[in-house]
Design a protein around this ligand. Structure first.
Ligand SMILES: *[C@@H]1O[C@H](CO)[C@@H](O)[C@H](O)[C@H]1NC(C)=O
Ligand SMILES: *[C@@H]1O[C@H](CO)[C@@H](O)[C@H](O)[C@H]1NC(C)=O
Length: 389
């Protein structure tokens, strides 16, 4: 029995890997190089619609490459790079190509250095004895021969594309596929990996933490406070629910805030000023609310009304700013549309719940006021609505 299952799984795995490699390796069937040039190996890049073909000679550590990008427009640049320092954009030794104003491919080398990736022409940390580019059938190809340091047989490769601006390459999209376009490549075996973008992963964690805490729990806590306290039976349960909701939102929110500050500090080239400033203001106001809880005057204290006004105005500001900042963050992260839709759905749901509860509250308050004034027609004080918070 066990052996039957085993052989079934082995067969299934074999079929699966066979069909995967057959469907993925489209570069193998390509034979469009001029002079019928043949490369020893190739890899289909998983993003940005491009292919790398190469031949590596271990004897003299010479690497010959062709980097192809089909459907390249006259308004795009393409680049392929080796990074000997790390799996990142900064430090990349890049080959860049675009079509100049005559429509002919222009290719050059550029070392992408800190602090800003200018993409200006500069020499690389290794020799490039041959460099050319072709453009046929809207396919741009960079050809190069590179003298690698002896023994370097696994490289970090980065590939990229971006728009042209007045005849010069301009910054590429900082998110999405353009952040996934790097990985290691074993020149001898041809096996390649794609880097898991740790920044992207941390941005996603930051987004989830903040959307849940500031963006969802905080408005929920406000709904508990505003609409439950009208029910006498819910006193003092509403208060504990409110405090529990807001303090846990604050605890998770501080973690989300800290990840945001860290991401902001690391993002040297791009500053998201609005998102950052709203985030810092939110943290300050949220912290103030937590401390205000400890400084709350007694229910009957004459200053309690001022504390209430202050607590409400800061509280509602925090909620509105939180929702705005979650949408600001979604703009920066630009995840799949379903995430934006999901968060919009949560906000619409909370808004609808608040609206219905608001109607119910008014109904109860007016009814109570009526019955009170019937009972005590001469005592207007008793008709006052519970004004604890
Ligand atoms: C490197 O070695 C290969 C194969 O041995 C040879 O074809 C190629 O011309 C050599 N390149 C250089 C720059 O010596
Ligand atoms: C475009 O590039 C080609 C090939 O490098 C060059 O001959 C031509 O002068 C360039 N045209 C312009 C306008 O720079």
């Amino acid at each position: 029995m066990a052996t039957k299952l085993q052989s079934f799984f082995i067969a299934a795995l074999f079929l699966l890997s066979f069909s995967l490699s057959a469907s993925a390796q489209t570069c193998r069937t390509y034979n469009g190089f001029a002079n019928n040039e043949v490369f020893a190996a190739c890899v289909d890049h998983p993003v940005l619609n491009s292919f790398l073909h190469w031949t590596y000679h271990p004897s003299n550590s010479t690497l010959k490459i062709a980097f192809r990008r089909p459907s390249t427009t006259s308004n795009q640049w393409i680049a392929w790079a080796i990074n000997q320092q790390s799996l990142a954009m900064f430090g990349s030794q890049a080959l860049i190509a675009y079509r100049n104003s005559s429509g002919l491919p222009h290719v050059y080398t550029s070392s992408i250095d800190l602090p800003f990736p200018t993409m200006q022409q500069s020499s690389l940390s290794f020799e490039v004895p041959q460099l050319s580019a072709t453009y046929t059938n809207s396919e741009m190809t960079i050809f190069a021969t590179i003298n690698l340091p002896p023994g370097l047989t696994t490289i970090n490769q980065v590939w990229q594309e971006g728009p042209m601006n007045q005849g010069s390459p301009a910054s590429h999209n900082p998110v999405g596929d353009n952040r996934q376009s790097l990985g290691t490549l074993d020149l001898l075996t041809g096996s390649s990996t794609v880097a898991v973008d740790s920044v992207l992963k941390r941005r996603n964690i930051h987004g989830v933490l903040n959307a849940v805490s500031w963006g969802t729990l905080m408005p929920m806590g406000a709904i508990f406070a505003r609409y439950l306290k009208v029910f006498k039976a819910a006193d003092p349960a509403w208060f504990y629910l409110h405090v529990a909701c807001q303090t846990s939102a604050y605890a998770v929110g501080v973690a989300g805030w800290a990840t945001g500050i860290k991401l902001g500090g690391e993002s040297a080239a791009v500053q998201y000023t609005t998102h950052r400033n709203i985030g810092i203001a939110l943290f300050a106001l949220g912290t103030l609310q937590v401390f205000a809880l400890l400084l709350r005057p007694n229910k009957d204290h004459k200053y309690r009304i001022y504390w209430n006004i202050y607590h409400h105005s800061i509280g509602y500001s925090v909620i509105i700013m939180s929702i705005i900042n979650v949408f600001e963050g979604l703009k920066i992260l630009s995840p799949e549309n379903k995430w934006r839709r999901a968060y919009t759905g949560v906000i619409i749901f909370l808004g609808a719940v608040a609206f219905v509860l608001e109607l119910i509250t008014w109904f109860i308050v007016i009814k109570r006021r009526r019955s009170n004034s019937n009972k005590f027609p001469h005592n207007i004080n008793n008709a006052k609505v519970d004004n604890r918070v």
